[in-house]
Design a protein around this ligand. Sequence first.
Ligand code: IMP
Length: 197
Amino acid sequence: MKRILIATQNEGKMDEFNAAFNPLGYSCISLNDVGFKEEIIENGLTFFDNAYIKAKYISDKYNLVTLADDSGLIVEALPNELGVKSKRFSKEATHEANNLLLLEKMKNIVDRTAYFISQLVLYYPGGKFYTYQGRVYGEIGFDLRGNFGFGYDPLFIVDVIYKRMAELTKTEKNQVSHRGNALNKLIEDIKNEVIVI
Ligand code: IMP
């Protein structure tokens, strides 16, 4: 199997990358797998900036083609509070604390419109890169439901199917999610030999 290095320590994201890439004959290697222990400073203002910072840093360090995802939740009623800062929304910065804080801040809010963005950067040693974006629209629920996924998945109701993201298996999630949408564009380019990994 061919291998792709993914610039993440997030095992939830890794499950989704593997679900997308394994059927194409690629296995995904995480930063945990290569023993990377540093913290990359994600001080960009946009999802693209942060995905580029992560992909370039890891590609430069290991001299390998590297894929990074920077993603987050945008809640219309809480502008500027989440977005690129989604991971560190609560001071504890755990998925549980983030979800409880979001529930609390949204308890009297009627407009619950929200969406996720995923920005992928595939970076090659030497500086060439490709980038893809995916989104999924929905709303924030009034309670936590479902046991799959990670992050805000138990709170996010996916439009159209009206299910929580955390009620979907990783394959089902990839069919609708921001990351799945971005990955589909990348995979199309691999299949069409626009890019080679
Ligand atoms: P990143 O690792 O800097 O890209 O931070 C992403 C953060 O956004 C995660 O820690 C979650 O809080 C949130 N997030 C991104 N994608 C998802 C998802 O697919 N489900 C739930 N939360 C997500």
